[in-house]
Design a protein around this ligand. Structure first.
Ligand SMILES: Cc1cc2nc3c(=O)[nH]c(=O)nc-3n(C[C@H](O)[C@H](O)[C@H](O)COP(=O)(O)O)c2cc1C
Length: 219
């Protein structure tokens, strides 16, 4: 496991949501908060096995997020998957910035296409199965309802009875048709820890042979 992941895992004891920055379809910057739903392949969050590779430090780390096929971020991420997450943990006074690539796993009926050359990085985990794992194990019934609601961000606003507040299993096909797994493949991590003086600042990046390298830098 890369050492930055151990830092992040211990910070995660405090609840906090990261902000995701990406480019819109028109190449303008966009940000929004997302709820982190665990590491892909992490047994503790899903009951699934861990992603393990021969060399620990070569491990591919994918952060799991869930979003809606109809949301504005989707066309931009399909066009340009480069993203940065900014994550502030007020309790520990740490800022993480994680740069990487967003892999969107869309419902199989979707006709939208990702840019060519943007491949799912885990050969031993099927993206379609992982989308279902996320749906079944990482989203609460109350949250699942959001994927049945009217088109997010569109107007005019639908009537209150268009927003059901009780999950029923027969809603699943409709909700799953809008459910997108967004897996962020981390390529660079920048951590600033303001709880110590002078602040601790370290950066992890991937070397040419895809191992993680850590550097302590000035705050
Ligand atoms: C604390 C918090 C957590 C959120 N979590 C998610 C999430 O997990 N998935 C999601 O699609 N939107 C989430 N949202 C809503 C997004 O911030 C955003 O409004 C929505 O995804 C539409 O964004 P877009 O128009 O950029 O696509 C969250 C918002 C807040 C404030």
């Amino acid at each position: 496991m890369p050492s930055w992941r151990k830092y992040l895992t211990s910070s995660l004891n405090a609840a906090s949501s990261p902000v995701l920055a990406s480019l819109g379809k028109d190449n303008t910057p966009q940000v929004r908060m997302l709820q982190f739903r665990g590491f892909i392949g992490d047994r503790s969050s899903t009951g699934q096995r861990c992603v393990s590779h021969d060399e620990d430090e070569q491990e591919e780390c994918l952060l799991r997020f869930a979003t809606d096929l109809r949301s504005e971020k989707i066309p931009g991420l399909l066009k340009d998957p480069r993203v940065e997450l900014c994550w502030w943990f007020p309790e520990t006074q740490e800022q993480y910035r994680l740069r990487g690539l967003a892999h969107l796993v869309l419902p199989s009926t979707t006709e939208m296409e990702q840019e060519k050359g943007h491949h799912w990085p885990l050969s031993d985990i099927s993206p379609d199965k992982e989308r279902l794992v996320a749906w079944r194990h990482c989203v609460s019934p109350a949250s699942k309802l959001l994927w049945t609601w009217p088109h997010p961000g569109h107007g005019p606003r639908a009537s209150p009875d268009s927003f059901p507040d009780h999950w029923q299993d027969d809603m699943e096909p409709q909700a799953l048709a809008n459910f997108v797994l967004c897996a962020i493949q981390v390529q660079r991590v920048d951590l600033v820890d303001l709880s110590v003086r002078p602040p601790d600042h370290r950066i992890w990046g991937k070397t040419a042979d895809q191992t993680w390298e850590e550097e302590e830098v000035n705050p």
